[in-house]
Design a protein around this ligand. Structure first.
Ligand SMILES: Cc1ncc(COP(=O)(O)O)c(C=O)c1O
Length: 409
């Protein structure tokens, strides 16, 4: 039974249902979340957010990734505000675009150049376009079930998508070298690119870290065939390693797509690339009315400097380890079998014998009553503004969650 006030949320859902198709689009529709979850939010501060009825949550979705340092991070907000006073959307970019590109090139190990866009989908699509332009080839290898954005070539839904939109995708299984090799063979001389996320973070299944053999095979196949290795860093970027999520593996991509966390919540994406793709990147036509917007660029410059200065991935690793170990201990205490997977900075909790995620929903519904916002089947995110006290509070809320799951079976 929910103890949370939902008066304003309910009223807003009714109004939205009249003027927005189905009230909300995409994966953020509250119908896709546990029953007690709100649809509408009013504000965020640090690692917390408030819904429209004034309920406060310690937030483990972090805006689904963008909130990296905490909402209203002082240095990021000051940088954005300075730029806002000068101008945001002008006839062309400001000096800040060059500053951001320089910083990306200096920070990201494989990068010799950078281009800016707005959303992650813009960045992944631009990467594919550059790779195809480079050699005049068509085929792109993607892992089955991986998410690379929400336009016809990559959307997880086939509604409104034609077979032609997908005609040149060839699928492989993440971490399966044989299937990657088979997909590359099927693409033959027409192989433009292999696109892959740094780790497997598909919805509703255990996350998988890449095996070194798999990452090496992806690099080797691209080298052998003259194709581009594209790393989709949109979700993981800046949480695992500032220089690139595959740096610890010693594998560098030719192109990377970035968005979400790079400007701490401001709307911006980026493509970074290696020297040999500079010409293709300058020949394709890509643009957007807001791609030169200067405020998010200023926010990105401030964010990236902080990521480097404060070793944000290291901080998230520490917090994430505390959360993971605490959850494991408590799940054992309550006799509930859970699986935690993926990097600790991006936790995912799944329950054994839970095909319809009803245990996950019971866990989350109980935790949200205690002011903690978890997700039952999508990877979550930590931010640097979370404190050790937040993790302790989250673990206390998780105990209620585990008790609810135990009561269900
Ligand atoms: C791995 C990955 N690639 C691409 C995208 C698309 O980004 P956007 O929603 O900003 O277009 C996402 C978004 O969640 C993502 O997680």
């Amino acid at each position: 039974m929910s103890t949370l006030n939902r008066t304003r949320d309910t009223a807003l859902r009714e109004r939205a249902a009249r003027v927005v198709p189905s009230g909300m689009w995409g994966h953020l529709h509250a119908a896709k979340l546990p029953a007690d979850y709100p649809q509408f939010f009013s504000r965020g501060e640090g690692g917390a957010l408030w819904d429209v009825d004034g309920n406060r949550y310690i937030d483990f979705m972090c805006s689904w990734g963008p909130n990296l340092l905490g909402h209203h991070h002082r240095e990021v907000e000051e940088a954005a505000e300075r730029q806002r006073r000068d101008g945001d959307c002008l006839n062309g970019p400001g000096e800040v675009m060059v500053e951001l590109a320089e910083l990306l090139v200096d920070t990201i190990a494989h990068a010799d150049w950078a281009m800016m866009q707005k959303n992650g989908t813009d960045a992944t699509t631009t990467c594919v376009t550059i790779a195809r332009a480079a050699r005049g080839r068509r085929k792109v290898l993607v892992a089955r079930g991986a998410y690379h954005g929400a336009v016809p070539w990559c959307s997880p839904s086939l509604i409104g998508v034609t077979a032609e939109d997908r005609a040149h995708l060839v699928y492989f299984r993440f971490n399966d070298v044989e299937s990657l090799e088979a997909a590359a063979a099927a693409a033959g001389d027409d192989l433009a690119a292999i696109m892959v996320s740094p780790h497997r973070h598909d919805l509703g299944v255990d996350q998988e870290l890449p095996t070194p053999e798999f990452a090496q095979a992806a690099r080797r196949l691209c080298d052998e065939k003259g194709a581009a290795l594209i790393l989709d860093e949109v979700r993981a970027g800046m949480r695992i390693h500032a220089a690139g999520s595959w740096e610890p593996l010693g594998i560098r991509p030719d192109l990377s797509a970035w968005s979400k966390a790079i400007a701490n919540g401001y709307a911006i994406a980026a493509v970074t690339g290696a020297e040999h793709l500079r010409r293709a990147a300058s020949e394709i036509f890509v643009t957007g009315s807001f791609w030169n917007s200067a405020v998010p660029m200023a926010a990105a410059v401030a964010t990236l400097k902080i990521v480097r200065r404060d070793d944000v991935p290291g901080r998230l690793f520490k917090l994430g380890t505390m959360l993971r170990e605490g959850l494991a201990t408590r799940a054992l205490q309550y006799g509930v079998a859970i699986r935690q997977s993926g990097p600790v900075q991006m936790p995912l909790i799944l329950f054994d014998d839970d095909p319809d995620f009803s245990k996950g929903a019971a866990f989350c519904n109980a935790a949200i009553q205690k002011g903690v916002y978890f997700h039952p089947k999508h990877n979550m995110f930590l931010c640097a503004a979370h404190s050790e006290a937040d993790i302790t509070a989250a673990l206390a809320a998780a105990e209620h969650g585990f008790a609810a799951v135990r009561a269900q079976v």
